[in-house]
Design a protein around this ligand. Structure first.
Ligand SMILES: Nc1nc2c(ncn2[C@@H]2O[C@H](COP(=O)(O)OP(=O)(O)O)[C@@H](O)[C@H]2O)c(=O)[nH]1
Ligand SMILES: [Mg+2]
Length: 368
């Protein structure tokens, strides 16, 4: 069976992410006319290629511009592998740091670093490489391969494919039997077919006629049709891009940030206790910030329990499990302020104001 993988791009605007995906796949990842006119990725783009080994790779191309960080996180959130792009001529820059922080917060540990536009600044490749290593030292990409490419002249594209193939060969296959939590990144209506949603299938198997539940609701749907990159199929195994044609739901009822789940398989909660990652100090953060997980963004009220631990009250219940990773974002400013890992899905009520217990009670799973 073909092994499938999903790779998200990351990196500063104009550093050549979309050009690289175009050069590798022959597909234009900027789907909107406005994106092509402005030469600027606004929303997620999709393309695929097959490597020499036969492994199939789907790319989710993300916008680098800070205004579209929400779209970027929706692409990166469910994707387990990253293609991290830094241009040879500009080097490391502000948005590169933000995307690095998002990757770190998500705990992504598989990726390839690309030094793009090698044709423009061939003499800078060595110095940019030296810049990159320490910046990534605290992340899962600390030892990731670095490949210099030119999307225009073609240098390094074969090396990129080879390194990617080698990396994919080292990854553990995701569970095909895990309960589904399919984060939706697009929904649209197709004439004659009805509602279609797309997303990255990270774990579990989708089959035609399977029943799914719209997370946080009683709405039950069934899968009428399945496609990946335009090809119909009866079954999709992870990790892959999936377009799911649904029976039992109108297109207005579902969109980015929603999840389709295996009915009854997930605990929904809006109150969690978390441990901060990458030096987050909750006593330093604002009381309100937004939290990203999967394709969802929710507001969170933060009650620090300690500098490194906090209770978060989310503005809507999400299907979560212990160990889920959040990206934390300030509300006033756009910068990513850090990450957090879910420790407790069902913490007991705090007895009175100010009586927060100190420290976490790690690993307590809810019953049922
Ligand atoms: N010379 C050269 N130009 C490039 C290369 N990659 C991208 N560009 C140009 O840089 C600009 C921004 O590229 P784009 O892929 O849209 O950047 P993105 O915002 O990271 O997706 C475009 O004008 C590209 O044609 C490259 O390898 N060599
Ligand atoms: Mg782009």
């Amino acid at each position: 069976m073909t092994q499938r993988f999903v790779v998200a791009t990351a990196g500063h605007v104009d550093h050549g992410k979309s050009a690289l995906i175009r050069a590798l796949t022959g597909t234009e990842p900027d789907r909107w006319a406005e994106e092509r006119e402005r030469g600027l990725t606004i929303d997620l783009g999709f393309a695929e290629m097959t490597l020499e080994s036969g492994r199939s790779v789907s790319f989710v191309d993300v916008p680098g511009h800070e205004r579209f960080l929400g779209n970027m996180l929706a692409g990166l959130g469910p994707a387990p592998i990253v293609c991290f792009v830094v241009s040879a001529d500009d080097g490391w820059s502000a948005q590169t740091s933000e995307h690095r922080d998002a990757i770190a917060a998500l705990g992504i540990s598989a990726g390839i670093v690309v030094i793009s536009k090698s044709d423009v600044a061939p003499d800078s490749i060595a110095s940019v490489t030296q810049q990159i290593r320490p910046e990534l030292a605290d992340t899962g990409l600390a030892t990731a391969p670095i490949v210099a490419t030119s999307a225009i002249e073609g240098q390094g594209l074969d090396a990129f494919r080879r390194e990617l193939d080698r990396l994919l060969g080292t990854l553990l296959a995701p569970s095909t039997t895990a309960p589904i939590r399919f984060w939706v990144d697009r929904s649209f209506a197709v004439k004659g077919a009805g509602t279609v949603v797309t997303g990255t299938l990270a774990a579990g198997t989708l089959r035609v006629n399977d029943a799914l539940q719209l997370s946080g609701t009683d709405t039950q749907v069934t899968i009428r049709n399945l496609q990946s990159h335009g090809a119909s199929t009866d079954e999709l195994t992870p990790v892959t891009r999936a377009a799911v044609n649904l029976r039992g739901i109108d297109v207005e009822e579902i969109g980015r940030g929603d999840a389709l789940i295996t009915p009854g398989a997930w605990f929904h909660t809006s109150t969690v206790e978390v441990v901060g990652t990458h030096g987050v100090d909750f006593t330093d953060l604002a009381q309100e910030f937004s939290v990203h997980i999967g394709t969802a963004t929710v507001y969170a009220h933060c009650r620090p329990l300690d500098s490194g631990f906090a209770r978060l009250t989310l503005d809507r219940a999400l299907p979560l499990h212990i160990g889920d990773r959040f990206i934390l974002r300030g509300t006033g400013q756009r910068l990513i302020t850090g990450g957090a890992t879910v420790l407790d899905l069902d913490p007991p009520p705090l007895r009175r104001r100010g009586a927060a217990p100190r420290g976490p009670r790690a690993g307590r799973a809810p019953s049922g």
